[in-house]
Design a protein. Structure first.
Length: 311
């Protein structure tokens, strides 16, 4: 068979389409998005096999992005957003160059470690929203994460924008841009929140904090390790500071332990006199007081960390 004939066969078989499903086969490239073109096609199930590439957004009933297998390819790329009328599943070795939205559930795998031939990263460049969101260990999300019901976050996860839901469970060693919770909250050890405030449920019995939460606006503005971080832009590296918390890979999970630095500041979780209430009844916890007259000065200082590396 001639080379042109080979290419013709591949173009016909790379994307397998039936009445109720679409499948991009392993290692194949689809030159556009996977979108409904006729009534009813929005309910199809879309599956992207290992190390495939979709050059556009996906919209379907269910979307499943398979975990990467052993390959010389850099992993799976979705060059757009992923949108589902039901649920989305994302395996390791995946880079989504947009957001992820589902009506029901978004489940994101743990990152994969320990192999030089299996892509293990998971990067979501946009935000995530669904009724329930589950994010595995080591995932990187650059946008906000919101849910109408619940968010569960593993260990060593970075979410560079706000996390907001009625119920939020956060593992150890996570970096969040902000935290807004209305009903129940649980946060593990050695976590950092870049925002100068967190908003928590009005019922304090629904708060569960395994340890203090670092607020970089206290202590990190005068970092004792500035010589290590250098004179250039350093905010992003300090937010993920290994002197505060050490992250170690054990099997496919992230184990987090205490770092050597003792000069960081914590949110005043236990200091109720520093809390203040919103009209909704939610509690604001911040080292910036409600009635401070120099709020703009503190806000200017805090914005360095909230912007997250835009030195």
């Amino acid at each position: 068979m001639e080379g042109s004939d080979n290419r013709a066969v591949l173009s016909r078989t790379a994307l397998e389409v039936t009445d109720d499903s679409v499948r991009l086969h392993e290692g194949q490239v689809h030159e556009s998005g996977i979108l409904p073109a006729a009534g009813g096609e929005q309910h199809r199930r879309v599956q992207i096999d290992s190390c495939g590439c979709v050059k556009g957004p996906i919209f379907a009933g269910d979307v499943y992005i398979q975990s990467a297998k052993e390959s010389s390819a850099p992993g799976t790329e979705i060059q757009g957003s992923v949108n589902s009328l039901k649920s989305v599943g994302i395996g390791h070795g995946t880079w989504v160059q947009g957001g992820v939205m589902a009506k029901e559930t978004v489940r994101i795998d743990d990152t994969q470690h320990g192999s030089t031939t299996i892509p293990g990263h998971i990067v979501i460049e946009g935000g995530i929203t669904a009724d329930e969101v589950y994010i595995g260990d080591g995932v990187l999300v650059l946008g906000p994460v919101s849910a109408s019901n619940k968010i569960v976050i593993g260990n060593g996860v970075t979410i560079r924008d706000h996390v907001m839901a009625p119920e939020v469970i956060v593992g150890d060693g996570c970096l969040l841009g902000g935290l807004i919770v209305s009903n129940n909250v649980a946060v593990g050890n050695y976590c950092t929140i870049a925002s100068s405030y967190i908003i928590l449920p009005n019922e304090r019995n629904n708060w569960k904090f395994t340890g203090p939460i670092r607020t970089p606006d206290l202590g990190c503005n005068n970092c004792p390790q500035d010589d290590f971080f250098g004179t250039g832009p350093s905010t992003a590296r300090k937010l993920a500071c290994h002197y505060y918390a050490e992250h170690n890979i054990i099997s496919n999970s992230v184990d987090v332990s205490e770092g050597t630095c003792k000069d960081w500041g914590a949110f005043p979780i236990e200091e109720t006199e520093k809390h203040w209430a919103l009209p909704t009844g939610s509690i604001v916890v911040s080292h910036i007081g409600e009635d401070w007259v120099n709020t703009p000065v503190w806000a200017g200082s805090a914005s360095r960390w909230e912007c997250g590396g835009e030195d």
